[in-house]
Write a protein that binds this ligand. Sequence first.
Ligand code: AMP
Ligand code: GLY
Length: 442
Amino acid sequence: MKVLVVGGGGREHAICWKLALSTRVENIFCAPGNGGTATCHKTVNVDIGVMDFDKLIAFSKEQAIDLVVIGPDNPLAEGIVDSMEAAGLRVFGPNKSQAKLEWSKAYAKEVLNTLNIATARFATASSQQTAEAIVKANQWARVVKVDGLALGKGVFVCASEEEALQALNTIYKSGKFNDKKVVIEEMLNGEEISLLTLCDGKTLTPLLPSQDHKRRFDDDKGPNTGGMGAYAPVQLYEEHKDAIQERILKPLQKALAEGKLNFKGVLYIGLLMHREKSSADNSGNAQPYVLEFNARFGDPETQTILPLLQSDLFDALYACTEQTLDKQELTWSKQSSCCVIGAAQSYPDSSSKGEAIVFPTSGDFNNHTDGQIIFQAGTKLLKAENGEQLVTDGGRIFAAVGLADKMADARERAYQLITTVQCQSLDYRRDIAKREATCQSK
Ligand code: AMP
Ligand code: GLY
């Protein structure tokens, strides 16, 4: 089988790496790919951008691609799946109207309300004046979100009315955001869990839950980012498994079965285990709420969980395009995975470009057995006089993944691995999975 993976981040490197382990997959093409997919087993990069639908379709037809897998949110929101399916291709991913669960936060909230799934209280507004009135009239209205895709930058979690009004000014006056519709939410309080699920239109199969670290600096300080690291499995999920099943997964499954919800691809459920602030010592019972949906694999959640998937990823994704997901059983390793993102020092304000970077081994494929894997993201291979040179090309440059029976050892492997990477302006959080490792050892 021949697969085309669309995208060029760490998520796509992990998808190519895992697909290459399938005996059914012969060739993988990654468009545009990165320095890691350039040297990944069975994989070659194709120099076509993720928004160039015509070229991607022409290439897929020419190569007789059996399955196309879409990574990023932008092409999904612009209807890449609709265009490819119209051209007769088999595609893993949601069409434009299904992906609306990600590209319109207001729509996602309406769907959650209709299905009676717990989510933060909200209101929508299309002008600054209306939005300001909502913030002033409601003490709960403190989280302000731009309605459309904003690459993680359109969400403002505010501590006061003043901050929320400032956020609205930034949205409406700074010229940074095209979308002027906002969703204003109640602030929830608790830990988050990323629950990615595979979906074939009628069946929904959860993947291994993981926890992302979204803030830039240690102890969850600094601005929100696309994700500075993640780990799996998550003890907190185990504690709330039944409530998540009853309150969230069951209603979603029922809606799919009854045709009230239509979705194919990865439905990424962003959960927050909300604790009522009124419980004086914060020890009140936490309940799962859905913070958001994404319509794709998460990054860096994918790099974290795919190394623990024992089943064949190609079979599972293919089954989603045939509505036979109910026949696929996914099995997972019992090990722990810790994924630390190596980022540019200036990330998320700016990225690193053209700086030399050297990884401990040239390929990623053999490291797996040592419990250490590098998935590259913002890197590219440049032609140089004496061969090729790997240079930086992004904000999040790579993921160092450690695998071990215990989370503490998985962390140690990830952090040992990251110190062997030579790159001048590299930075990373030192506390990924720290709490989980401490809890496990108690
Ligand atoms: P979103 O893109 O909607 O997931 O928001 C990005 C991040 O902002 C989330 O991962 C949370 O950390 C935070 N956030 C979003 N909505 C809320 C909320 N209602 N209450 C508290 N934090 C939130
Ligand atoms: N790690 C968060 C995301 O992929 O949106």
